[in-house]
Design a protein around this ligand. Structure first.
Ligand code: AMP
Length: 284
């Protein structure tokens, strides 16, 4: 049975009762669980003795015109999936439990959160860092697993954990995709059939640029142009950014060199915003 913990007191009591020496693995989510989430649960399962997930649609990381109110919340189906995956407990707090009135402290990472999604979603990573630090403090896991699907989020969390000496090991799980390459996302359910048909171009743009890089094109601007060219094959796709960045600092680069690069793309299809990325290996 996956135990449902709805408040901090229940979570703390559960945590305190774990056998001494048991390694605790943690997978934070916003629910609407899919195979991407479940791969992170499996990774935690393999590396830890006890696994806890959280489902919390964090209001602090949504902008005023974003999809907080319509974000999917299929709780029964989520609980069944956690049960099947052998996840021991799930932390399921209400918004007031996480943010009692008067909360006035927030976590702001100031470097890797600046470009890409940070530039187009002001306050987003402040919301992410704040809720993740709170969750890590509450759960006190030995390790926590995050998806490479949100590569910039991983980078922000790794920085925060390092800079604030949070005693946890952060692991990344690979991107899980549909057969046609579309990265799994809770937001894919919003796509109209026509937009769903166009959406694999996002991954194709990444793969096309990877092929160009491996064939000898190392100029960052030229690579990004190639990526945008692939997205332009469908008028349904409105690119927000298509960028070639340093894989760790996420700083701008002119050419891809010995550090490799992160290819990062965000695009709108109708009212749905999708992101994807691919890591280029170092230039030999
Ligand atoms: P979310 O519920 O969207 O906040 O995602 C919870 C965790 O699942 C985050 O660490 C995401 O990066 C990860 N995740 C989301 N989609 C995927 C995917 N397609 N493959 C792997 N991990 C994913």
């Amino acid at each position: 049975m996956t135990l449902i913990l709805r408040d901090k007191a229940a979570l703390r009591a559960w945590r305190a009762a774990l056998p001494a020496g048991a390694r605790l693995g943690f997978v934070p989510t916003m629910g609407a669980l899919h195979e991407g989430h479940m791969s992170l649960m499996a990774q935690a399962r393999a590396a830890a003795d006890v696994v806890i997930a959280s489902i919390f649609v964090n209001p602090l990381q949504f902008g005023p015109n974003e999809d907080l109110s319509r974000y999917p919340r299929p709780l029964e189906a989520d609980l069944e999936k956690l049960e099947k995956a052998g996840v021991e407990a799930v932390f399921l707090p209400a918004a007031e439990e996480m943010y009692p009135p008067g909360a006035s402290t927030f976590v702001e990472e100031t470097m890797v959160s600046a470009p890409l999604c940070g530039a187009v979603r002001p306050g987003h990573f402040r919301g992410v860092a704040t809720v993740v630090l709170k969750l890590l403090n509450l759960v006190q896991p030995h390790l926590a697993v995050f998806g490479q699907k949100d590569a910039q989020q991983c980078a922000v969390i790794e920085r925060m954990v390092r800079d604030f000496d949070v005693p946890v090991e952060i692991r990344r799980g690979p991107i899980v995709r549909e057969a046609d390459g579309l990265a799994l996302s809770s937001r894919n359910v919003y796509l109209s059939p026509q937009d769903r048909a166009a959406a694999p171009l996002i991954h194709q743009s990444l793969r096309t640029v990877e092929a160009a890089y491996l064939a000898g094109e190392h100029d960052a601007e030229a690579l990004a142009r190639i990526g945008l060219g692939v997205l332009a094959r469908s008028a349904r796709i409105v690119p927000q950014y298509w960028e070639v960045r340093d894989p760790e600092s996420l700083g701008a680069i002119a050419t891809v060199g010995a550090r490799g690069a992160l290819l990062a793309v965000a695009a709108h299809l109708g009212s749905t915003r999708l992101i994807d990325n691919l890591v280029l290996p170092p230039r030999p």
